[in-house]
Design a protein around this ligand. Structure first.
Ligand code: DC
Length: 223
């Protein structure tokens, strides 16, 4: 079984993806982490975000591994643990830029398809183009949304809990900038698949979203 979860950043895709993957014993693939790993490699190699040729080469040559249980998933870039390093604001912005390059997408989509298909029990993938491009025939597709304000508030609270100094206005600005780029890029923009189930999580608790998603999966007779 393949389950696709798409939507803008901060809508709850990864939290819910991990919970569902554990419940249903499926592989969990955070495809955003792969774009982030490429972005980190670009930063480490001090390549300009405008140098597409170099960035494509980096994407093709980088070994990216997602390992471990869904909730404790570690991300490795060329053998190094970069789980925390890929979560900085700088990496978020560069990831959003490198993900506009079609050859970078082509390379990562190829790997995502391979990883998803290789899992015997099936997989849950979260991203922006899973239901439209990576697995257009996914068994169940979700499109999670929330208002920019609700998403900024969640991100701000997560950052504050981690001790990251920030403020709500700045977080909202960053979210809006990334939304704009992810939704309006030429190749595979963030888009709801026609057959995706849309859930606005703004006013819902994690548990409510989880129950709703599980119900939808079970309704399709495959849960
Ligand atoms: O989900 P995230 O915030 O970790 O994703 C980081 C960036 O990667 C985001 O700006 C959009 C991009 N991305 C993408 O273009 N396609 C995906 N399937 C996943 C992420």
């Amino acid at each position: 079984m393949i389950i696709a979860i798409d939507g803008p950043s901060g809508a709850g895709k990864s939290t819910l993806g991990k919970l569902l993957a554990e419940k249903l014993n499926l592989l969990y693939l955070d495809t955003g982490a792969m774009y982030r790993a490429v972005a980190l490699a670009v930063l480490l190699e001090e390549v300009s975000a405008r140098d597409h040729e170099e960035i494509i080469e980096i994407a093709q040559d980088s070994a990216i591994e997602l390992r471990g249980e869904p909730k404790k998933q570690r991300v490795k870039l060329n053998g190094e643990n970069v789980t925390d390093d890929i979560r900085t604001n700088e990496v978020s912005q560069i990831a959003s830029i490198v993900s506009t390059i079609p050859q970078v997408r082509k390379e990562l989509v190829r790997r995502q398809k391979e990883l998803g298909k290789a899992s015997k029990t099936g997989a849950i993938l979260d991203g922006r183009d899973i239901g439209t491009v990576v697995f257009p025939k996914a068994d169940v597709k979700f499109f999670l949304t929330a208002t920019a304000e609700a998403r900024a508030k969640r991100r701000f609270e997560e950052d504050s809990a981690k001790g990251v100094k920030t403020n709500l206005k700045k977080t909202l600005g960053e979210i809006t900038r990334r939304d704009e780029r992810d939704a309006h890029r030429k190749h595979s923009p963030l888009q709801k698949a026609d057959d995706a189930i849309e859930i606005d999580t703004s006013e819902m608790s994690e548990e409510q979203v989880f129950d709703k998603m599980l119900e939808e999966i079970e309704k399709r007779g495959k849960g």
